[in-house]
Design a protein around this ligand. Structure first.
Ligand code: ADP
Ligand code: MG
Length: 361
């Protein structure tokens, strides 16, 4: 756990960047600090590893006061990832990842073997190990930055806008990979972003800050979406608030409807011209097709994105329903086999009920 207690930072020029901040970042979870530019996010983060000293208040790392820890020992416990990765330009990728292990005296062979494993973990092939940072894309550099932060296997991670400098598609990939890695490693993470979508996607807990480093709200994404503390938070969440909230509502309790399913060309017991689900020979849905002459016609197959009944959420379900030619989402089991469909009216009604329960919880 990382715990802030009444932390204040006033810079020498009189700017109060952080005002009386108290919160706990739980062990093994991702806490996201989010807020507009200049609201004190970076200052807050850099006080954790004492790149900036607080004016007053205390920060605990586990059960230790960070102000009383030896700086070197403290920083070994904290991986630090910054925007644009901040790699050493004249060192290879492998040596960048080994930087901290070398510094703390890990033998070269051990450090290099571990670095190669970490590069694989963050999705970089072996061939990248001997390249220099300028020979990598922004997304690849950012991956190296994450590998480097993990190299000394620190229990804590600080990440300052780690995915902000890459384009939206790469950003989404990096976010997914980061969640996959964190599911295994369970580090205690504080991540900073100004992007509310990123915060909602990655955070187990979200700390919303406003101008002057004032705590606006703290809670899970679902809690904050359901009950914004004030006008500032509501405005910061923006106009897709309701839609976002659907991401946190599970659909497993809905009973799918049995829309006929067939392989292309197979005869099917359904009305002429009706939309039915077309599947492959293993029973995995491909999309929607119409019944022609009593069979699943191959013409005009409308490809569909399916939703997992066990894992899916209302946002995916509503999107799948709206994207289909007949307002129906296709549900599959954990192995991707067809389970049934759900119509947009049923989805919306279920979503409203689920959100109501969230708001009154
Ligand atoms: P964020 O990361 O949320 O954009 P920062 O923590 O970088 O915000 O900055 C918070 C406030 O503190 C801003 O008003 C910024 O101008 C000010 N600030 C940051 N660093 C310094 C500094 N070294 N000296 C004076 N003011 C600073
Ligand atoms: Mg910042």
């Amino acid at each position: 756990m990382i715990r802030f207690t009444n932390v204040v930072k006033t810079y020498d020029n009189g700017t109060t960047a952080v005002a009386d901040l108290s919160f706990t970042a739980p062990t093994g979870k991702i806490t996201v600090l989010v807020g507009p530019s200049g609201c004190g996010k970076t200052t807050t983060l850099r006080m954790v590893n004492r790149l900036i000293e607080q004016s007053s208040g205390a920060i605990l790392l586990g059960d230790e006061d960070n102000a009383k820890m030896d700086t070197i020992r403290m920083r070994r416990k904290i991986g630090y990832v910054i925007q644009n990765a901040g790699l050493f330009p004249h060192q290879t990728v492998l040596d960048n990842v080994c930087a901290v292990p070398y510094l703390i005296g890990t033998d070269k062979q051990t450090a290099r073997i571990r670095a190669a494993d970490l590069l694989e973990l963050v999705g970089l092939d072996r061939e990248y190990a001997s390249r220099y940072p300028w020979q990598l894309s922004g997304g690849q550099q950012q991956r190296v930055g994450v590998a480097r932060a993990l190299a000394a296997d620190p229990p804590f991670m600080l990440m300052d806008e780690p995915f902000s400098a890459v384009d939206p598609i790469v950003r989404k990939q990096l976010q997914s990979e980061f969640l996959r890695i964190q599911a295994d490693l369970a580090k205690t993470i504080i991540m900073v972003t100004h992007d509310i979508d990123e915060a909602l996607r990655l955070g187990d807990q979200i700390v919303v800050l406003k101008e002057g480093g004032i705590l606006a709200q703290i809670g899970s994404p679902a809690e904050i979406l359901a009950n914004p503390a004030d006008r500032f938070v509501a405005d910061f969440l923006g106009e897709s608030r309701g839609y976002h909230a659907l991401s946190f509502e599970h659909i497993a309790s809905l009973a799918p409807q049995q829309t006929p399913v067939a392989q292309i060309g197979e005869s099917v017991a359904a009305a002429e011209g009706a939309w039915i689900v077309a599947c492959d020979e293993l029973g995995s849905p491909l999309g929607w097709t119409r019944v022609t002459a009593g069979a699943a016609s191959g013409e005009r197959l409308v490809l569909a994105t399916t939703v997992s009944h066990g894992q899916g959420n209302y946002r995916e379900l509503l999107d799948a329903a709206l994207a289909s030619p007949n307002g129906q989402a296709i549900l599959v089991d954990d192995r991707g086999r067809y389970l049934g469909t759900l119509g947009s009216e049923v989805v919306v009604r279920g979503a409203v009920t689920s959100l109501e329960a969230e708001r009154s919880a």
